[in-house]
Write a protein that binds this ligand. Sequence first.
Ligand code: ADP
Length: 760
Amino acid sequence: MRNNIAECHFKRLLLALTCCWTLLLAALFLWNTRQLRKTTLELAESNARMFWQKDMLYRAWNLSHGGVYVPVTKHTPPNPHLDMPQREVMIAGRQYTLMNPGYMFRQVAELGKELTAIQGKITSLDPREPDNAPNGWETKALRAFERGEPEYLEQVQTEEGPVLRFMRPISTEPSCLPCHREIKEFGKVRGGISIVLPMEKYVLQHRQNTQKLLSAFLAIWLVGNVMTCLLASVIQKTLRQLLQSEEQQRAILETMDKVGVGLHIVDKAFHVHYVNRTTEQWFGYKAGSLCYETAHGEDAPCLLCSLEQVVDRKETVHTELRWQGRVFEVVAAPIITQDGVPAKLEVRLEVTDQKRIKEEERKTQELLKAKEAAEAATVAKSVFLANMSHEIRTPMNAIVGMSKLALETNLDPEQRNLISKVQAASESLLGIINDILDFSKIESGKIELEQTDFRLQDVLEHVTNLIQIKAEEQGLLLRVESAPDVPEILCGDPLRLGQALINLGHNAVKFTHQGRVEIRVELAGQQADGLALLRFSVTDTGIGISPEQLERIFDSFTQADSSTTRQYGGSGLGLVISQKIVNLMGGEIEVDSRPGHGSCFHFTVPFEPGREERLPAQAGEQAAEAADRMLARLAGKRLLLVEDNAFNRELATIVLTRKKLTVFHAENGQAALDFLRTEAVDAVLMDIQMPVMDGCTACREIRKQPQFQQLPIIAMTANVMAGDMEKSRAAGMNDHLGKPMDEKKLFACLIKWLAAGAQA
Ligand code: ADP
C-alpha cells in the first residue's frame, strides 16, 4: 500500500520533471533562435559597413589620381560623357581609354551589382548628376544625417526579396575639390553612400542554422528524457528497495514488540533516539528524553552504563540485567543513527522464566545427587547389615547347633533347663538377625518373590504352629480361618506370605494381654484377568495404637511408643518387612486401631489360582521311609568339610558322623586343594568366607582339574543373600546351604548329590 502511494508520487514527479525539462529547452531554443537572428543581422550589417568602407577607400584612391588609362574592353568602354582630346590613346598598338573617377565609380557599381547583387551608390539631396538623385529611403536617410544621425540602417522586404539598406553620410573635405570646386566649406554633410545588401543568403543561412539548432535541441531533449527515465528507473529501484527495507525494518520491530523483545537506541549524550513499546513498558524509556531520567529516575547516568564501551570503543557488549525481580539478557552494539550520530543499539530479552527453570533444574540435579548419595548410603548400610548378620550368624550356628546337640545328651533337669533357655534365647536372637537380613535385602532391592503353587491351608497351619504356643501361654484365643470361597491352591510365594502373616500374628499376640487373636482370609473379588483378590486380616483385642503412632507405624526401626521397646522388646522391623513383602505381592497393608480397643492389620493381594498337579509331593509316611533308606546310603561316604570356624567344624562333624559319614577337615580353600591332591572324597562342604583362600576361588581351582569335574561341592555359608547363591553357582558349586545349619536340609542335599545317584 505504502509502496503504491510512493510509486504514484514518484511518477507524478517524473512527469513534472519531463515537462520542466521540455519547457526549459523550448525557452532556450527560442532565446537561441533570437540570438541567431540577431547575429545573422549583425553579420549582414557588418558586411554592409565593410562594403561601405571599401567603397570609400576605392573612391579616395580614385580621387587621389584623377583617373587611369585602361585597355578598351567590353567591360571598359570609353566614357561617352567625357569630352577631351586624350580620352583614347594608342600604346604599343593597343587602344587605352581614360577612366575618370566618376565613370570608374559607375563601372565598378554596375559590376558589383552584377556579380554580388550589392548595390552601392553615391547620392545627395543636391546631386550634380541626375543619376545620383536619392530615392525615397535615401532621401529619408540623408535628412536624418542632416539632423546629426551617424548612419542609417533598415531591413525591408522588396519584390526581389529581403534586403538590408545601409547608408552613411559623406562630408566635404579638400579631397573633394578636384571634382567639386563649388565647395566653400569643409566638414559639412554633402550627401551619402547607400548600400543595398540582398539578405536572401543570410536568411537562408539563418534558416539552416535554426534547423541545426532545432535538431541539436531535440537531441538534447531526447537524451535528457532518456537520462531522466534511466535515472528514474534507478531511483525507483532504489526507492523500492528503500521502502522494502523500511517495511522489513518495521516488520522486524513490530515482531520484536509482539514477541516481547525490547529495543532502544541511546546516543552518547544519553538521548533516547528510539524506543520500542516493549522497552517503554518495561523500563519507562521515552524517545527524546534522557535515558537515566525516564528509566531510572536519576539526575545522572548510572555507573554501570556500557555507552562508552559500545560507542567509543565500538565493542559489542553482552550483559545480564536484573530489574525489579526480573532477569534480562542484554546485547548492546554500536550504531550510527539516521542523523549520523554515533549511538548504542540495545536489545533486551526477558529470561526470568528460563533462569528460574535453570535454577530449578540445578536444584533438581542437586536433589538427584542427594538422592543418589542417600541411596548409596542405604546400599552401604544394607551391605554393612548383611556383613554383620554373617558375622553374628557364624557363631550363632555353633550356639544353636551345640545346644541342640547338648539337649540330645543325658542332662540332669537343671542342666536341661539352662541349655533349653540358651537355645530359646539363641533362636530369638536368630529371629532378629533374620529380620535385619530381610530388611537389608529389601532396602537394597535384592528380594525377589518366588512363583510356585502352594496350599493356602499349609501356610496358615505353619503360621498357627509358630504363634499358638505363645498365644496359649498368654491365655489368648487364637482363631485362624479361611472363608469357604477362597481358592485352596494358589500360585505365589508361600514363604513370604507366611513371613508377613507371622510378623503380624506375632505382634498381635505380643501386644494383647487378654481376649483373642484372629487371622482371616476372605475373597475380596475376582479380577478381569482371572486373579483372585484375597483379603488377609490379623485382628487382636490388644493395647491398640494411638493416631499419632499410626502415622509412622510403617517406618523402619520404629516402635509405636519408645516405652514399648522396654516393655515388649522387638527391633521395629517386622511391620516394615511385612509391608514391603505385601507391596511386592501387589498390595498395601493398612491398619485400623484405637488405643485400648485392639488393632486390625489387613492387606488385599491378587493371587493366580494354583493347580493341584503342580504342587510339590507331600512328605507322607512312605516318603519318610524312603528318606531313611536314602540316609542309610550315606554311611561310609567321605566328606571334606572346608570351614575356618572351629566350633562350626566341630558341630558339622558331630552331625555328619552320627549318620556314619567320614569327615575330613580343611581350614581354608588352599588347605582343601592340598588335601584333594592326596585324598579322594565323595563330596565337599565348602564355606565361602575364609582366610587365605575363599570358597569360590577354591571351587574354581578344584574345577580346573579334570578328575574333579563331577565332584559334588556344596556351599555351606552364612552368606544367604540371593547374590551370594548366584556367585557360588557361577564358581562351580552344585548347591548352596545356609547357616545356621538345618540338619534336614543338609541331609536332603547330601542325599540328592550322593545317595540319589547311587540308587540310580
Ligand atoms: P517390633 O519388633 O518392635 O514389634 P514391628 O515393626 O513389628 O516391630 O512393630 C512396630 C511397632 O508397632 C511395635 O513396637 C508396636 O509399638 C506397634 N505395633 C505393631 N503391631 C501392633 C499391635 N498388634 N498392637 C499394638 N501395637 C502394635
